[in-house]
Design a protein around this ligand. Structure first.
Ligand code: NAD
Length: 496
């Protein structure tokens, strides 16, 4: 069985804690590897290596850093097929989807190649007579990333490309459920010429995370995962003096107004609801049907469901793979059972096993109609292939539903009415909004982040916010007086 080691100082390092975790192939249910789980001491060893590397790396010129980023980008593009296969094996998502997450991660690397431009400060000549003022941004030192299972390549790339380009050293604690993508990235960084110790991977569970949160040598923590853990990370990390951005869970609503193009809305609901088996933080989990579009919309979604091909993600004909674990599959199925008991109409039942592969953690695509806001299938993040339809009469009711929800990650409106879409963008309490776009993940030169319980901290991830998060500002006020022109003045400095 494969053994997945840490990556510290530019080389694999076997775990020394005596603890390991199992890694499964969710399409077969077989254990395929064991991953080292770090102790606090091992985290400290990685941080010590990163601290040394950070001192040197921050002195690297912007063009040198940019060159490493360009090379990393080239290698990642060339070898994305290999990485996609790793993601599919450990996560279960279909190959095309794994390729998609790598493509989105690549965009973040491309953004970071522009670091010379992104690190520019501002300059004010003659702020006072003979005095110039300018601002610069400098790296923080060692920063850490703690990432979820559902995007084992993209989310680490959201973080490390910007952090490293800005001159920091990075310690990644990937999900212990699909840890191999992180090691693949580590090898590419090395091949791209990144000095040893600037990018490190420490595998682990709560013990490793807690060690990161309290370590005085780590200046900032980026987290992506579920809301309860995000809140814990934010509270613990900030209590230990760190800058923290902690992105949490989601319950994304897609509002369909009566004038929407029906086929486009139904196609979008299928793609965004069942892609990656619903294990996306930007998945649509609630379709809000406004007025008399509800019946035809439910019918159109239901008609498309039997065509969704479910199977092993490594089979190119599969469109939807398994869930991450048997336990998670059972939890999702249980939500469907509870929803049905609470009065939801089961239009398509993914619990029926006839058309599902025999092995692995598969659940069929499920459609629930007549869901109401008190049902747990509505209130909780399910993270599975379950789409709930809530019927409302008016636009206002639809917006109130979204705004009263605990989460505020993404949302979308489907309509042909530009005025309604514009009003929605103004009214809605969510960080990312789609207009006839069901999964509005911002391109790399904007930043990604939700509102409410979907994000703790004030910084969104990657893009301009990422540069800001991984650097701190300094303002320099300078004077170069001619010799013999200075005098003593105990008054407060004036600018005139
Ligand atoms: P998770 O919260 O269980 O785990 C995330 C990370 O936290 C992992 O590295 C894990 O090892 C660590 N962790 C887990 N339990 C911990 C604990 N008790 N103490 C300290 N650390 C702990 O999340 P997951 O199941 O891996 O990922 C799915 C979740 O991530 C969903 O809720 C999804 O919405 C969310 N997510 C959010 C975004 C976003 O951008 N907002 C993106 C992707 C995923």
């Amino acid at each position: 069985m494969d053994y997945i080691a840490h990556w510290i100082g530019g080389a694999e390092r076997a775990g020394g804690s005596g603890r390991v975790g199992p890694v499964f192939n969710p399409a077969t249910g077989e254990q395929i590897a064991e991953v080292a789980l770090a102790s606090a001491g091992e985290v400290a060893a990685a941080v010590a290596v990163a601290q040394e590397a950070a001192k040197e790396w921050r002195t690297a010129s912007l063009s040198k850093r940019s060159a490493v980023l360009f090379k990393f980008r080239e290698l990642l593009a060339e070898r994305s097929g290999e990485l996609a296969a790793i993601v599919t094996t450990e996560h279960g998502k279909v190959l095309a989807d794994a390729g998609g997450e790598i493509a989105r991660g690549l965009e973040n690397v491309e953004f970071a190649t522009g670091i010379p431009h992104l690190m520019k400060g501002s300059f004010s000549e003659q702020a006072a007579t003979g005095v110039d003022v300018y601002s610069i941004r400098q790296p923080l030192g060692v920063v850490a990333g703690i990432t979820p299972f559902n995007f084992p390549a993209m989310v680490p790339l959201w973080m490390c490309a910007t952090a490293i380009a800005a001159g920091n050293a990075f310690v990644l604690k990937p999900s212990e459920k699909d840890p191999s993508a992180a090691l693949f990235l580590a090898r590419l960084w090395k091949e791209a010429g990144l000095p040893d110790g600037v990018f490190n991977v420490v595998h682990g569970d709560k013990e490793a995370v807690d060690a990161i949160l309290v370590h005085p040598g780590i200046a900032a923590v980026s987290f992506v995962g579920s809301t309860p853990i995000a809140k814990y990370i934010y509270e613990t990390g900030t209590a230990h003096g760190k800058r923290v951005q902690a992105l949490g869970g989601a319950k994304n609503h897609m509002i369909v107004l009566p004038d929407a193009e029906l086929d486009a809305a139904a196609d979008a609901a299928i793609s965004a609801g069942y892609g990656a088996a619903g294990e996306r933080c930007m998945a649509i989990s609630v379709v809000v049907a406004v007025g008399d579009i509800a019946d035809p919309l439910v019918e159109a979604i239901a008609a498309r469901l039997p065509k969704v091909r479910i199977g092993d993600g490594s089979d190119p004909s599969s469109e939807m793979g398994p869930l991450i674990s048997a336990q998670h599959r059972d939890k999702v199925a249980d939500y469907v059972t509870k929803g049905e008991a609470a009065g939801a109409t089961v239009v398509a039942d993914g619990r029926e096993r006839e058309n599902l592969p025999e092995r692995g953690y598969f659940l069929g695509a499920t459609l629930l109609d007549n869901v109401t806001p008190e049902m747990t299938v509505y209130t909780d993040e399910i993270f599975g292939p379950v789409l709930s339809v809530v019927r409302v009469e008016t636009y206002r009711e639809a917006v109130d539903l979204v705004n009263n929800n605990e989460y505020g990650n993404g949302t979308a409106i489907f309509t042909r009415d530009g005025g309604a879409a514009r009003q929605f963008q103004f009214d809605v309490d969510a960080g990312m909004v789609g207009v006839n776009v069901p999964i509005p993940v911002p391109v790399a030169y904007y930043s990604f982040g939700g509102w409410k319980a979907s994000l703790f901290g004030d910084s969104h991830m990657y893009g301009p916010d990422g540069i800001h998060f991984y650097t701190r500002g300094k303002v320099v006020t300078s004077r170069w007086p001619d010799p013999g022109t200075s005098s003593v003045d105990l008054g407060f400095p004036q600018t005139r």
